[in-house]
Design a protein around this ligand. Structure first.
Ligand code: C2O
Ligand code: CU
Ligand code: CU
Length: 489
């Protein structure tokens, strides 16, 4: 009897999944009407008051407790919290040094860094992974570096990569999606001589603003919980509201001039197509791993889960008090309010930073990674994650070409997007289906979206030793086993 129920339940889930798949719109990324609870407000009717809006919270910069200039020491506590995303409704969350999300860790190239990470989460193991940082496997914070409740883990490493906006988040086997969704994530900023010398906004919290964008699925009462239904197992958990730095529908007063935004798509699964509601353009100046060679003008910025972009938006031609909205397609989720009393006269640089381009002829090996399967069967090259199995062996210092293709859900309508990410290095995208990548992907990338049926070729040099992960950054797919391990030695 029990068996029959299990079989029936399995069948129902499977049929439901197929049904959802067939009905899914093939247009990508996800349509805005799948996201909002409320209809986007009609800007005409809206009086310019902030009654229902809250100022954008700016995560604090974490204090460096080491007085010497070329060493830094940081203290992080992973803990349980509660938040009131909707007034009067408490939601259980997790945060680093607070109730939700974490402070910004700011470092410099060449600096020796120690981070004390204490796990105070009730009865739950965690790890802390430095996403995009080039450090050894031992310090990388993957699933092998579990921190038990009450324990502290202290990785130490030297920062040796260009200025970039990286991030940190937990990576425990099978539980990453839930811990990130509950709120464990923060930015990790690297600065260097080039970022110092560029004439771009760099006053943190004033004209250099972090935007951690994440969607949540609020229940009717305004709380959220990490419960996966059939579609979430298929496509990853997608929300009905978009939060920025943990705030719903925030506004930010901006200087009349050039503003810099460091954007992280910190969502579990959603891909964003970011635009200004007035259709004006902005400039991308950095990718995941550092500055582009020159600014790239965009009207739409597509960011998959875990991808970052730094952008410059020029507000100098706006009226004092004018509002501009940041939207995912047509769905507005934050306002910029131009404050004419504060101005700046930065100008858009013509060039940003030189990039050392890796040459395909220097690659010693080409490896293939194929995203396959659906729902609970998602895998890479036919294998699901096994902590005790190393899938790929890389020689330390070698340059390799990684060919990542997405054949999951093929034969079904549409298929599904998978963002590829590997630890411990930064890639350069050689081509997408044989075509050069778009200009705003011509830089260092540690994560890149692979569309259904697409093949992306990327090149990287493996300078850090140890065991590292590669995986789909839809966290529900990662947790389901769409992940493998490579050993660099
Ligand atoms: Cu953002 Cu394996 O991680
Ligand atoms: Cu990572
Ligand atoms: Cu995936």
């Amino acid at each position: 009897m029990k068996k029959l129920i299990v079989v029936l339940a399995g069948l129902v889930v499977f049929v439901w999944g197929v049904f959802l798949f067939m009905n899914r719109q093939p247009q990508l990324p996800k349509q805005a009407d799948q996201l909002p609870i409320e209809e986007p407000v009609d800007r005409e009717d809206e009086v310019a008051d902030d009654e229902n809006k809250s100022p954008l919270p700016i995560p604090p910069i974490l204090e460096d407790t080491d007085p010497s200039p070329d060493r830094a020491e940081f203290h992080i506590i992973a803990q349980n919290g509660t938040m009131e995303f909707v007034p009067g409704v408490q939601t259980d969350t997790m945060g680093y040094n607070g109730e939700y999300l974490g402070p910004v860790i700011r470092t410099r190239r060449g600096e020796e860094v120690a981070v004390n990470v204490e796990n105070r989460i009730d009865g739950e193991m965690t790890t802390i992974h430095w996403h995009g940082l080039e450090v050894s496997g031992e310090d990388d914070g993957g699933p092998h570096s579990g921190i038990q409740p009450g324990e502290t883990w202290t990785p130490e490493f030297t920062i040796d990569q260009p200025a970039a906006t990286l991030w940190y988040h937990p990576h425990p086997e099978g539980n990453t999606g839930r811990q990130v969704y509950k709120g464990l994530a923060g930015l990790f900023i690297v600065e260097d001589e080039i970022s110092d010398s560029l004439n771009i906004p760099k006053e943190y919290g004033v004209n250099d603003i972090p935007l951690v964008i994440q969607d949540k699925r609020f229940r009717e009462d305004g709380s959220f919980e990490y419960i996966l239904a059939g579609p979430d197992i298929m496509f990853g958990l997608q929300g009905n509201a978009i939060l920025v730095n943990g705030e719903t529908d925030p506004y930010l007063n901006v200087e009349k001039g050039l503003m810099r935004f460091r954007i992280l798509n910190g969502s579990n699964a959603s891909i964003f197509d970011l635009r200004l509601d007035n259709g004006k353009s902005f400039y991308q100046i950095a990718t995941d791993g550092g500055f582009l060679e020159e600014p790239v003008e965009l009207r739409s910025l597509i960011l998959g889960p875990s991808e970052r972009a730094e952008i410059l938006v020029d507000f100098s031609d706006y009226e004092d008090g004018e509002r501009v909205t940041l939207a995912h397609q047509d769905f507005s989720f934050m306002d910029f309010v131009v404050d004419g009393s504060s101005t700046n006269d930065y100008s858009l640089p013509t060039s940003l930073a030189p990039i050392e381009w890796l040459r395909p002829e220097d690659a010693t090996l080409t490896r293939e990674f194929v995203f396959l399967g659906m729902g609970p069967n998602v895998n890479i090259n036919g294998k699901q994650f096994d902590m005790d199995r190393i899938d790929e062996f890389v020689s330390l210092g070698d340059t390799e070409i990684w060919v990542v293709s997405n054949q999951s859900g093929m034969g079904m309508m549409g298929g599904t997007i998978h963002p590829f990410h590997a630890h411990g290095t930064q890639f350069q995208i050689l081509d997408r289906d044989g075509n050069p990548p778009p200009a705003n992907e011509a830089g260092w990338k540690d994560s890149f979206v692979v569309y259904p049926d697409e093949t992306v070729r990327a090149i990287a040099r493996f300078k850090q030793p140890g065991v590292f992960m590669y995986h789909c950054h839809i966290l529900e797919h990662e947790d389901a086993g769409m992940m493998g391990q490579f050993l660099v030695e």
